[in-house]
Ligand binder design. Structure first.
Ligand code: WTA
Length: 635
């Protein structure tokens, strides 16, 4: 494969080339793709706008690069191996040719239902091949997909639909995840009560549970696909046309729609897939993420399929029917590259090694980690018991906004170090700054992680609100993209990500804004005010700790326990079960500065179980509250 790096020398050479001449470097890689019209200029950029454009005036369709580019040579190769939730249900294999036909067929369904180029389509589906087909069919006709993780609540779904002005929703009747079937369509129905822009819902039958179909709005996937052919001419897109929107949480209450465009995302997701995972033709690659997250977009769907890879797509969860499920699937499908999150690793580690022993894991050539810092203990367990000390681990650091992996070892090529994301990939120029934005040069430094030069798959804007994009990522430090992460560069020059430095918490690899959770808690009628902080959690990485001021309980006929449960339910209903607080402390006040700002640093310390280093609390508006909270926390 062109541009695949095979040696440390090769990496150093490519890296230097990518910094000395970024345009030339990416132009060579982009030239290996199929463009309807070549670009006039490789890059235009400034980080003030921000305004970043790659492969200017280039015309293409990303699905032609997955299908037409390779059908003659790769048509019969398996694209997706689908492993259902229930191990007794047979797995299925879909070849590139079959996938191509399904994508074209569903593209025609979309057109037939009035979806046009540029329209936004929400995808609220479980992990079934149709979720990938839905995404690719949108890309085929130039509609913009917005995949919403099917664990989000009706309110979260409605907010995302309204923010993007979605007119069509693709969903299923229900889902299988773990022991009990879940309802999906009723959540969509509830969401759509608040969404006037949606006029069409296409429903795939997965569980055959009975669902309400609204006349004129809801249609069945299987009936629609039968009406149209499997031939479709791809829409010609501009390199900078929107490919998708993906919502993610930030410091403020409202999730933002990160926008990715076509040409740059295509080039970068495929390049990084090939290199980081050292994927070779014929390998079986498995990324356990959900397609509702960026990891699923870039490393289940686009990166691998653009590279002609065979991917496993798994419907279930790591612990059903038991905690050996991942290892059984690796054995069953002879998986070569396995990519998962530290949370999953830690939780499976806690179940003990008896769940691993029955399975043959010798097919593995690589293990990957993504989504949150991996602690050294989990890294070593993964390395020793899953990789049998034999295979490299790639700890890949990146974000929804970056579109693809930015800092990571290249498997078997560049060195690894437990808990370190190690070195930037070619084309990536990280810089560490202090709070004032001064560059911290050399090794052995710690500060905030920024990127100083554009890479092809970086976000272009936040949907409908460019100013918010500028404010969030490009205004903290002049002429730099600010990641929101703290980082250390050790004596050897390796990067270790230290976690978020903003008000974002990372729970089981899922990003949640503290303000977003507070807003949800405050929806409970008895809540007056709340403050949410993250605290270290053995399995989830970070847990959610909420301090809540509420109305008089006795007067409102509540016990503390009842209220706490009601608050948890409220959050689950408004955001989704992933945002449920792990701990709630009812307090009579929150520590505030004289200007009324909540002192989160103090709340964080107490949540960590550290009551000693709280700093000077005498200048607070209400210093006595700190003692009350400490006593309640048993400190
Ligand atoms: C964190 C997931 C440490 C980080 C791809 C980042 C990581 C946020 C790593 C983005 C890693 C991701 N080591 N931390 N290897 N990978 N993160 O948008 O804080 O869901 O800013 O993208 O996850 O989360 P997101």
């Amino acid at each position: 494969m062109a541009f695949q790096i095979h040696s440390l020398g090769g990496y150093l050479h490519e890296y230097q080339k990518s910094v000395a001449d970024p345009e030339g470097f990416w132009e060579d890689i982009a030239s290996t793709f199929f463009w309807r019209k070549r670009w006039d200029k490789v890059l235009d950029w400034n980080f003030e706008g921000p305004d970043v454009k790659w492969f200017i005036n280039g015309k293409l369709n990303i699905t032609e690069n997955i299908f037409e580019r390779r059908l003659y040579t790769h048509g019969d190769q398996t694209a997706i191996i689908w492993e259902p939730n229930d191990p007794k249900e047979p797995s299925t294999r879909i070849t590139y040719k079959e996938l191509y036909e399904k994508v074209c067929n569903f593209a025609n369904v979309l057109l037939n239902n009035g979806v046009k180029k540029g329209d936004r389509v929400a995808i609220y589906m479980p992990m079934i091949p149709e979720a990938a087909i839905a995404m690719l069919a949108c890309a085929r006709i130039g509609a913009v997909h917005s995949v919403v993780f099917a664990g989000f609540s009706a309110t979260s779904l409605a907010d995302r639909i309204n923010d993007a002005g979605v007119n069509t929703v693709l969903t299923t009747d229900g889902a299988y995840r773990g022991a009990k079937p879940l309802s999906i369509k009723p959540i969509v129905d509830e969401a759509l009560e608040k969404c006037s822009s949606v006029n069409k819902v296409i429903v795939f039958k997965r569980t055959s549970e009975e669902v309400q179909m609204k006349n004129g709005r809801d249609v069945w996937w299987h009936e629609e696909t039968a009406k149209v052919s499997s031939e479709n001419k791809a829409e010609v897109m501009d390199s900078e046309d929107m490919l998708f929107i993906l919502y993610t949480s930030g410091s403020t209450g409202k999730p933002k729609g990160v926008v990715h465009t076509t040409g740059g995302y295509m080039v970068y997701s495929s390049y990084t897939f090939r290199n980081v995972f050292q994927y070779e033709d014929g390998d079986v690659f498995w990324c356990t993420a959900d397609v509702g997250w960026i990891t699923g977009h870039s490393y289940i769907v686009y990166g691998p399929l653009l590279s002609g890879a065979t991917v496993v797509m798994f419907e279930g969860i790591p612990t059903y029917p038991d905690a050996g499920r991942f290892w059984q699937v690796i054995d069953k499908h002879k998986v070569n590259q396995f990519y998962t999150a530290p949370t999953a690793i830690r939780s499976l580690q806690a179940f003990g090694n008896d769940f691993i022993t029955p399975y043959d894991l010798s097919s593995l050539k690589l293990l990957g980690s993504v989504g949150e810092p991996i602690n050294e203990e989990a890294w070593r367990w993964y390395h020793t018991f899953i990789g049998k000390g034999r295979v490299p681990i790639v700890d890949t650091w990146w974000q929804t906004e970056t579109g693809g992996i930015l800092i990571s070892p290249i498997a078997g090529v560049t060195p690894t170090k437990p808990a370190f994301a190690t070195l930037p990939l070619p084309g990536v120029q990280p810089i560490i700054v202090d709070a004032e934005g001064k560059e911290l040069k050399g090794n052995g430094v710690e500060g905030n992680l920024c990127i100083k030069f554009p890479w092809p798959s970086m976000l272009r804007t936040t949907y409908g609100d460019h100013e918010r994009c500028r404010q969030t990522y490009f205004s903290t430090y002049k002429n730099l993209y600010f990641t929101g992460d703290g980082v250390k560069r050790d004596e050897d020059g390796y990067y270790r990500i230290l976690g978020r430095v903003d008000d974002v918490i990372n729970v089981s690899g899922h990003r949640l804004g503290t303000a977003e959770i507070e807003n949800a808690i405050n929806e409970h009628t008895l809540v007056i005010e709340s403050a949410v902080v993250g605290y270290p959690h053995d399995i989830k990485g970070q847990g959610i700790y909420a301090y809540v001021i509420c109305e008089d309980l006795a007067k409102n006929q509540r016990t503390e326990k009842v209220l706490v449960n009601e608050i948890i339910e409220t959050v689950s209903k408004i955001i989704g079960p992933i945002a449920k607080p792990d701990k709630i402390m009812l307090v009579s006040g929150l520590p505030k500065t004289r200007s009324g700002k909540i002192m989160r640093r103090i709340l964080r310390k107490i949540a960590e179980g550290d009551g000693s280093n709280l700093g000077d609390t005498t200048t607070l508006l209400n210093p006595e509250i700190v003692d009350e909270i400490k006593v309640k926390a048993g400190l």
